[in-house]
Design a protein around this ligand. Structure first.
Ligand code: SF4
Length: 378
């Protein structure tokens, strides 16, 4: 049984669609956003539980006007408890000191800034609408406003980029006094403009170049004080994202908003990916859920393995048994584990005192192929 439940609220609005993005969002309209926030507030009224973490993501939460942000955050007041983690995502072009002050006043204690790059050319290739200067200013402003837990998102592996350029971006990232850095390798998702351009006009980096950048990231960031704690995430000690650790423990979460997923004790549901329809259905008391699945105990255990292997410390067998009631090695398809070990993608965690196997984790090579390993567990 899961006891920790995170709350996620999706803000499905952006000023312009980035070329690589396949998250659900629509172009911002003040009146639509106003109706949307009203619906979310009503949904929040119906929730009565303690959340150890709240995460407002998107889309672009910071695109909302100060009035709408005030309304939304005021509706979350009853969930604020001492010591909880409360994150909001912002984009550099739409955050200012007025909004940052409001966030702090309303209990937000972690800010996640969509920097993506400190290079204007690269930002252009990605279709971002902010400049490198705005990104640096947003970080500075967050710190000046009083945020003590600042995270930045970065992307590597963009066409035209090389290792040297990525190295200097990482230097800039570690020099900006944030506490958490997420580094994502650019992926070409179907149905994005970048995916279509890949076929015609852009010269892609090869897999070796991408791997070199990722390997450099894994060695450089820990040396600069940012522990590698999950495939794409690095943090100063104590600043790991607790909301996301909850996902990787395969604990429960409630997701509000179009496209958001909820997962409560093995029942997964997904909301409709249409903001107007979401509002309309909610107002007419028609279900907003378009997909539902009840997971068997075995499937839950396999999914737990698939997500937990992403964290640096891997899967502890005792923890796994405690959580899923299965022995880890019993749920693996015959031969799969041996194959992954033989390919040097996984290694055992060995108990120092007894010399017995106490778990399993990704090797350095395994981090490069973490998706392959996760899928093999399912
Ligand atoms: S701002 Fe974020 S959510 Fe919006 S289009 Fe760009 S990447 Fe996607």
């Amino acid at each position: 049984m899961n006891t920790r439940v995170g709350l996620y609220i999706h803000i499905p609005f952006c000023r312009q669609k980035c070329l690589y993005c396949d998250f659900y969002s629509v172009l911002y309209s003040e009146s639509l956003a106003d109706s949307y926030v009203s619906v979310i507030l009503k949904e929040l009224q119906g929730l009565n539980q303690d959340f150890p973490s709240i995460y407002i993501g998107g889309g672009t939460p910071s695109i909302l006007s100060p009035d709408l942000l005030d309304k939304l955050l005021s509706g979350l007041k009853k969930f604020i408890t001492p010591g909880m983690e409360f994150t909001i995502e912002v984009n550099p072009e739409s955050v200012d000191s007025e909004k940052l002050k409001l966030f702090l006043d309303k209990g937000v204690n972690r800010i996640s800034i969509g920097v993506q790059s400190f290079d204007d050319k690269k930002l252009k290739v990605l279709g971002r609408i902010h400049s490198a200067k705005q990104a640096a200013q947003a970080i500075e402003l967050s710190k000046e406003s009083g945020f003590k837990n600042v995270s930045i998102d970065m992307i590597f592996g963009v066409a035209g980029e090389n290792l040297k350029a990525w190295q200097s971006e990482l230097e800039e990232a570690t020099g900006c006094s944030c506490q958490h850095i997420s580094c994502y390798c650019l992926s070409y998702e179907k149905d994005t403009p970048l995916f279509r351009m890949r076929k015609k006009s852009i010269i892609l980096l090869d897999d070796d170049a991408m791997a070199e950048m990722y390997k450099y990231t894994m060695s450089y960031l820990p040396g600069a004080g940012f522990e590698h704690y999950e495939v794409s995430n690095f943090a100063e000690p104590g600043f790991e994202c607790r909301h996301n650790l909850n996902y990787w423990d395969n604990n429960s979460y409630v997701g509000l908003g179009p496209s958001a997923v909820s997962y409560i004790d093995g029942a997964r549901s997904e909301n409709i990916r249409d903001t107007e329809e979401y509002i309309d259905r909610y107002e007419k008391d028609v279900s907003i859920i378009v997909y539902k699945e009840e997971l068997s105990a075995l499937k839950m255990a396999k999914e737990t393995a698939g997500v937990k292997i992403r964290v640096k410390q891997g899967i502890d067998y005792k923890w796994f048994k405690n959580k899923t009631y299965f022995d880890f090695e019993d749920i693996m398809e015959k031969g799969v584990l041996d194959e992954l070990l033989k390919d040097n993608l996984l290694e055992y965690k060995i108990d120092k005192a007894t010399r017995e196997k106490r778990g399993i984790m990704l090797t350095e090579k395994g981090f490069l192929f973490s998706d392959t390993v996760s899928s093999a567990f399912l």
